[in-house]
Design a protein around this ligand. Structure first.
Ligand code: BDR
Ligand code: CA
Length: 307
């Protein structure tokens, strides 16, 4: 394979079992150089998501990647209760070491703004795996830095099927709809990877067993994480790998079908919060609306097993 210069990325995340899988996939991918991980409250509180980011880096032996703590609550409404789906520790109870170093003292959004201003414009992408509070703060408080982002690839929303927290609402956008609205309407290059796609990248128990059998540490850890995900939903034959789809899209866009849509975000206090509406007056967003699920899973397994 020809050597390709790795792309600078920042992972903004609320780990979270599927966030953890996405982070491990990014660590295993030579296509990415991770400048830092910024954390946000979402699946569970900010102390735990920040600690989980540090634990994952310690497990992978990546002691040079800094973790910056971000928003503890949405822009203007109370945060969600912790999701049982991810277990009491946010990460399914899997055995991970303690962080090898504490989080940095700088607030996540300040660090991100300085990073964007110090790197060439367009050279840093943001992979957003949680509520969009940090990214919205950047857009609102540091517009000159925000406009230097290469692109934002965000897991969030649902377009043509039912939501997972409301009839038309997906968790990440529902948890902070004002932030989602600020990011969607910012004019920045945004690729949204909604439930319509992430529900089609599903790990079965056979897939998980094959990861484990590879004997490779990251693949085995991802198998443990998926197993724990099964434990919170015993009646399911497979589990959707939402957040890793962001990394998979960046690695292999040809596996996805993108549509250019104009979207608006529901910001009402009702169960419509975070709902996306295709709207001719909405903001232009590239939305992944199709995926070759088996090929995406194969890429995930191959990347983890090669590390
Ligand atoms: C999203 O919500 C969270 O529970 C997951 O980590 C993912 O980011 C899926 O709706
Ligand atoms: Ca997440």
């Amino acid at each position: 394979m020809p050597h390709v210069k790795p792309r600078h990325i920042v992972i903004d995340t609320d780990p979270g079992i599927d966030d953890a899988i996405g982070i491990l996939l990014a660590l295993a991918s030579p296509e990415f150089s991770i400048a830092g991980i910024t954390t946000v409250a979402g699946n569970i509180g900010i102390d735990t998501t920040t600690r989980n980011a540090g634990r994952l880096l310690a497990f992978a032996g990546q002691h040079d990647i800094p973790v910056f703590e971000g928003a503890a609550a949405p822009l203007s409404r109370p945060g969600p209760a912790p999701l049982n789906l991810h277990g009491k520790d946010g990460i399914g109870g899997v055995a991970l070491p303690a962080p090898a170093r504490p989080p940095e003292s700088r607030p996540a959004v300040e660090w991100l703004a300085d990073l964007l201003l110090s790197e060439p414009a367009g050279s840093v992408d943001i992979f957003a795996l949680g509520p969009l509070t940090n990214v919205a703060r950047l857009v609102l408080d540091h517009p000159d830095a925000a406009k230097r982002i290469g692109r934002i690839i965000a897991m969030g929303g649902v377009i043509a099927e039912a939501g997972n927290v409301g009839p038309r609402s997906e968790f990440n956008l529902w948890a902070d709809p004002e932030a989602a609205d600020a990011v969607v309407s910012s004019g920045l290059l945004l690729v949204l990877v909604p439930l319509d796609v992430t529900r089609r990248v599903r790990a079965t128990r056979d897939f998980t067993a094959a990861l484990s059998a590879s004997g490779k540490p990251l693949a085995s850890m991802v198998a443990d994480l998926i197993e724990s995900y099964f434990e919170t939903s015993t009646h399911q034959e497979s589990r959707p790998l939402h957040d890793p789809c962001v990394m998979l899209f960046a690695l292999a866009p040809d596996l996805f079908r993108l549509e250019n849509l104009r979207l608006s975000v529901g910001t009402g206090p009702t169960e419509e919060a975070g709902a996306l509406t295709v709207d001719e007056n909405g903001a232009p967003v590239q939305v992944a609306m199709g995926v070759d699920g088996p090929a995406a899973l194969e890429l995930l397994a191959r990347t983890l097993a090669a590390f």
